[in-house]
Design a protein around this ligand. Structure first.
Ligand SMILES: *Cc1c(COP(=O)(O)O)cnc(C)c1O
Length: 450
């Protein structure tokens, strides 16, 4: 086997199907409920909000493989396969006998894995005759991905961006506008939900929950308009399995198989994407790879949340989902890993965690940036603040290997680069960042609200 730095796939080696782990799960995820009727939600009900095809995929527990449409494959070819990289520099910096690999999703045109799902979601909407698509965005990564995907497939895209990030993080807004999207700071006067909030609180700074309410309202009241989500939902995880399916073939080229697979965890899409294709060999072929989700200490739904039915959004518009949650009214601290500030975990990952098929760790904010800078110096890539959590978890495992003289193979997902997040690095380097520990009482109080 070759001992290379980077591994790619040729076009003819590229996966042409996504992997649906729901088909192989012994205990299927519990059913999502319609928030109005409290009965299991149907494809018809779900497809009032999202595309019909996405709704089918969301509830599909029987087909192990789902074909990737040719039009989406053609777009994946603009940036895929993404490189699988052996982190020799990081191994050396740590003095570890472990073999560390990372799957570099930061090379996508928008700088993160999010495009892997934005493309099929926009494509299905177009194919089903929609003209418009809408979503919300906090820090802006998902908004950028959907804006570009909409441009590609000829849809008008309207993004509600949380007002405070619209004002404080103007560059991602500029990127969305560069792709032709209409970006509205939320709350806005353009929806009933926004008007109600602004009438009551004229200086409201916005929240993800409010922005979701506005986007959902727009989708439900505009003919030819669908809503689209960038994480948490099962069809999003399905689309992201392209990451792990490629990694599996690339690891074969390296002559290795991972002992540990690690991803940072917001709503679970990049973690699921890198983990599920390998997890199928644990379920079906007796492999014993460990899967570790790295979440922020300030938003610990996997390590300290409760498994229960909860809403995906603050206002209670989404289906009720059986998942690990901190409560849909939970207000995470304003950490820089904006993509990880989400209260719930998604139904598939929640069931897998409950069944012991995966683990979770929580990472302090300062530790994540320390890890990110070590990685930047060793590998020449400044990671997204979210990805820093996966790197910190990887370093912990690699140091255990060093202490035990153990040469395990570790694979992690580099979900994005941090070049738009340099103000966060500035603050870390200036010593003005802190950690956010939350007490059991705070968690109990938020969970009691469910
Ligand atoms: C959105 C985002 C995340 C978190 O979302 P998941 O669905 O948990 O993957 C992580 N990393 C980056 C770079 C992101 O943009």
């Amino acid at each position: 086997m070759e001992n290379k730095k980077r591994y790619f796939l040729r076009d003819e080696e590229m996966p042409t199907r996504w992997y649906n782990i729901q088909a192989d799960m012994l205990n299927k995820p519990e059913l999502m409920l319609n928030p109005e009727t409290r009965k299991p939600i149907t494809v018809e009900e779900l497809s009032k909000l999202i595309s019909y095809e996405s709704a089918c995929q969301e509830l599909n527990t029987t087909d192990r493989w789902i074909d990737i449409p040719q039009e989406v494959l053609d777009m994946y070819r603009y940036y895929r396969s993404t490189p699988l990289v052996r982190a020799y520099g990081l191994e050396k910096a740590l003095g570890t006998p472990a073999h560390i690999y990372f799957k570099n999703e930061s090379v996508s045109p928008i700088g993160s894995h999010k495009l892997n799902s934005a493309l099929p979601q926009a494509y299905y909407c177009k194919k089903e005759g929609c003209t418009n698509i809408t979503t919300e965005t906090g820090a802006g990564q998902w908004g950028c991905a959907l804006s570009y995907a909409s441009k590609v497939f000829g849809l008008e895209c309207a993004v509600y961006q949380v007002k405070i990030s619209y004002e404080q993080k103007p560059y991602r807004r500029s990127v969305m506008q560069a792709f032709g999207a209409q970006v509205t700071p939320s709350p806005s006067m353009s929806t009933r939900a926004g008007k109600d909030i602004l009438t009551k609180y004229p200086n409201h700074q916005g929240s993800l929950g409010t922005a979701i309410s506005e986007a959902v309202e727009l989708a439900l009241t505009t003919p030819g308009c669908k809503y689209s989500l960038g994480s948490v939902m099962s069809h999003v995880s399905l689309h992201q399995t392209i990451i792990g399916l490629e990694a599996e073939l690339q690891m074969q080229k390296a002559g290795e198989y991972p002992d540990i697979v690690i991803g940072c965890f917001g709503g679970g899409s990049n973690f699921s994407g890198i983990a599920f294709p390998f997890m199928r060999h644990n379920i079906l072929d007796g492999k014993s790879t460990r899967f570790v989700a790295a979440e922020p200490e300030s938003c610990p739904k996997l390590t300290r949340g409760k498994f229960c039915y909860d809403f995906g959004d603050e206002s209670g518009y989404t289906p009720l989902m059986p998942m690990y949650s901190l409560g849909h009214k939970f207000k995470p601290a304003n950490i820089h890993a904006g993509g990880l500030r989400y209260h719930g975990a998604g139904v598939i990952v929640s069931q897998l965690l409950k069944d012991g098929l995966m683990e979770a760790v929580d990472i302090e904010q300062l530790k994540s940036f320390e890890a990110g800078l070590l990685f930047a110096k060793a590998e020449g890539i400044v990671p997204a603040p979210e990805s820093c959590h996966a790197i910190a978890a990887t370093i912990q495992e690699a140091l255990k290997c060093r202490d035990n003289g153990d040469s395990k193979t570790i694979l992690f997902c580099l979900s994005g680069h941090g070049l738009m997040d340099m103000s966060a690095y500035d603050q870390y380097l200036a010593g003005s960042l802190g950690n956010y520990t939350i007490s059991d009482e705070e968690i109990d109080k938020s969970i009691a609200n469910i």
